[in-house]
Unconditional design. Structure first.
Length: 202
């Protein structure tokens, strides 16, 4: 009989940035909510980062931020140096039980930013080659919309948050505050995961 694998810890992330390009622009906030396979919250992480010294905000992104003054204030409060935040984030991830899977909404945006900051300040990669000794997360991570497409057998274009069936939407308001938004993404992801598990058990 095959050995039963330990449950995974799912790390649902959200970031806020002042532009679209890591390095040219800066990550302002990094937050994550970790949950087990049943969707029970294990821990959360949140930090605001100082801008990169050589970077500058993207003017169009900055114009958008001016329409969200409360979110801007939240993202620029109590800023810490990235070289302080990123080791603390890694320590937080490592302290979670079992192997970890990163989850994003969308992962294609959040992932490259986190990868850039991990590599720049710690020499780590989000998804290193299998031969690499240091791995924070297993496999390639989960994108929530893509997971919803498979879990609900829907067109990908109908898997944005606002187009999901009511029982798969988040109740935490999307405030553009990283921890709020990570928690909202986690609600959607874990409701989808419970749906898949229920279908498998039926």
């Amino acid at each position: 009989m095959a050995e039963k694998r330990a449950d995974l810890a799912y790390v649902v992330v959200d970031i806020e940035t002042d532009g679209l390009l890591p390095g040219r622009n800066s990550m302002m906030s990094l937050a994550a909510v970790a949950g087990d396979g049943q969707g029970r919250e294990l821990a959360s992480f949140s930090a605001n980062l100082t801008p990169l010294p050589e970077a500058a905000p993207d003017p169009a992104t900055l114009s958008w931020w001016w329409t969200e003054p409360q979110a801007w204030a939240a993202a620029t409060r109590d800023q810490e140096l990235p070289e302080v935040v990123m080791p603390r984030f890694v320590h937080w991830v490592r302290a979670l039980p079992g192997e970890k899977v990163i989850v994003g909404q969308p992962l294609i945006f959040d992932g490259p930013w986190i990868d850039y900051y991990l590599e720049r300040f710690l020499g780590l990669r989000l998804f290193p080659p299998r031969s690499h000794e240091e791995r924070l997360f297993v496999e390639g991570g989960i994108d929530v919309a893509t997971f919803a497409m498979a879990a609900l057998d829907r067109d990908l274009r109908d898997c944005r948050k606002t187009r999901l069936p009511e029982n798969f939407r988040n109740t935490t308001p999307h405030t553009h505050r990283a921890l709020d938004d990570a928690r909202g993404h986690a609600e959607i992801f874990f409701s989808l995961l419970r749906h898949v598990r229920a279908q498998q058990a039926a």
